[in-house]
Ligand binder design. Structure first.
Ligand code: ATP
Ligand code: BTN
Length: 268
């Protein structure tokens, strides 16, 4: 490893392994390859910048040098965790919400995979898996966090308003100190991942709860959302981490992770 700031921040932190890149295509790709070749639980890939950072369905995630966090954590789930893999995106989002709260900053989870501060996107999570047959062998939790203003892409590239931690806190934040705090929260929260208490905390952190939202499901071949959105009240979470909403008719509906985009209803 050749980043003194990162080395100092993670000194004595119990990781399965650590790989650092000044620039890499995507930390998730590096982590998936490492996981497939036997990385230990809690192995971490960190990059100062990514040239091909991605969000869901291959959409672009911008990470600029010196400005934000781009990392992927490899976890080898237990049997109980394997049955609730849908909770891992919540685990990463909630860990950031908790570590920002410790710095006095309120943040919320925009289900399924974003963290909002003041209703602007400050971080995104991309969970991917290495399978052995039908079984998840490893999970890669990729996370991009906008720390300094330089981490934001140009406004024209945004599909949702964005912000960064420093702007919202009104002062400098050492990004690798934040990484350590985030990983500490994540591994603490992981101990209770399968509990009802975890689900309750995740639910409490949800943005737009009790509000009307627009939901798109299904994408075309370009990965763009097509078809009509439906409006519903965001109620909470199901046991597996999928979203529960209430339609105008009063009927409740479960929205599964993966092929979904969520927005506040117009005018909010
Ligand atoms: P969203 O509700 O954010 O549009 P999505 O599911 O449509 O979510 P994701 O795959 O979650 O899209 O995120 C990728 C999107 O995030 C990109 O299309 C881009 O608009 C936005 N984005 C890319 N880099 C950043 C960044 N550093 N900060 C904030 N937003 C970003
Ligand atoms: C999203 O909002 O769509 C999720 C973005 C996830 C970005 C992170 S940055 C580190 C890791 N490497 C990637 O290529 N993507 C994730």
């Amino acid at each position: 490893m050749h980043d003194i700031e990162l080395e100092t921040a993670l000194r004595d932190f119990a990781l399965g392994g650590l790989r650092f890149f000044e620039i890499v295509g995507s930390t998730n790709d590096e982590a998936l390859a490492w996981a497939a070749s036997g990385a230990h639980d809690a192995s971490l890939v960190v990059a100062d910048a990514q040239s091909n950072g991605r969000g869901r369905d291959g959409r672009k995630w911008t990470s600029q040098p010196g400005a934000g966090l781009a990392f992927s954590l490899i976890l080898r789930p237990t049997q109980a965790e394997r049955e609730l893999v849908g909770r891992f995106a919540g685990l990463a989002s909630l860990a950031l919400v908790d570590s920002l709260a410790r710095r006095g900053l309120a943040a919320e989870v925009k289900w399924p995979n974003d963290v909002l501060i003041g209703r602007r996107k400050s971080a995104g999570v991309l969970v991917e898996a290495v399978w052995t047959g039908a079984e998840v062998e490893s999970l890669v939790i990729g996370m991009g966090v906008n720390v300094a203003p330089g981490s934001l892409p140009p406004a024209a590239e945004l599909s949702f308003p964005a912000t960064c931690v420093e702007t919202e806190l009104g002062g400098p934040v050492p990004r690798y100190a934040l990484l350590r705090e985030l990983l500490t929260s994540l591994l603490e929260l992981r101990a209770g991942l399968t509990s009802d208490a975890f689900l309750a905390r995740w639910e409490q952190a949800l943005a737009f709860r009790g509000e009307q939202v627009q939901i798109w499901q299904g994408r075309d071949r370009q990965g763009e959302f097509s078809g009509q959105a439906f409006m519903a009240e965001l109620i909470g979470l199901e046991h597996d981490g999928s979203l529960r909403v209430r339609l105008g008719s009063g009927e409740t509906r479960r929205v599964h992770f993966g092929e979904v985009r969520l927005r506040p209803a117009a005018g909010q």
